[in-house]
Design a protein around this ligand. Structure first.
Ligand code: SF4
Ligand code: SF4
Length: 173
């Protein structure tokens, strides 16, 4: 979804968002039930959680080798040479839109924000990224979040906002 602003080659070289420190486990991608069941049948272990609907989260807890808080555990599906090995239809929506996030503010507003840690996208949304969101990607994200509200995270201060919808507006859509 972001291929016009983020190339596969850039991501294969980087891999930053596909490995997680213990304190960043909240950022691990979340999978819808049908995908979890498919991947469980292939032997991958998931933790089932529920927030309005059931969803799955990878259980990376036994992938840490030390007690170093800086250690990163790789996603099940990361190949250090090739990048993500999941088929497009199985790739979590979280990964398809990262470093964008859909987040809920304390007043209930639902915002599309940039995670400021992607080295390629930087801390400030580019004009190209803003345009992409305004010209359709933002609407796609809101639509997916309406069907799968588990992808909505709590808003974090410092994440630049590209689009916002007040809570009542959101309810009426
Ligand atoms: S952090 Fe950014 S550049 Fe690195 S793999 Fe993730 S999306 Fe790609
Ligand atoms: S599913 Fe793919 S893109 Fe998402 S974190 Fe894992 S390796 Fe990275």
């Amino acid at each position: 979804m972001l291929s016009s602003v983020l190339s596969r080659e850039d991501c294969a070289k980087c891999g930053f968002c596909c490995a997680f420190r213990r304190q960043s486990l909240w950022e691990t991608p979340l999978f819808p039930p049908d995908t979890v069941e498919k991947l469980e049948a292939r032997g991958y272990g998931f933790l089932w959680e529920k927030n309005k609907e059931r969803y799955g989260r990878m259980d990376l807890s036994d992938r840490y080798l030390t007690n170093d808080p800086g250690e990163e555990a790789p996603c099940y599906f990361l190949d250090r040479e090739r990048g993500c090995t999941l088929a497009e239809e199985d790739k979590p929506f979280d990964c398809k839109i990262w470093p964008l996030r859909i987040m809920e503010k304390e007043d209930g507003a639902l915002v599309i924000a940039l995670t400021p840690t992607c080295p390629k996208m930087g801390k400030t949304p580019s004009e190209e990224l803003k345009r992409l969101v305004e010209e359709g990607l933002g609407e796609k994200i809101y639509r997916y979040a309406r069907r799968h509200p588990f992808v909505i995270k709590d808003y974090k201060e410092g994440f630049p906002i590209l689009m916002s919808r007040p809570a009542p507006d959101r309810e009426s859509k």
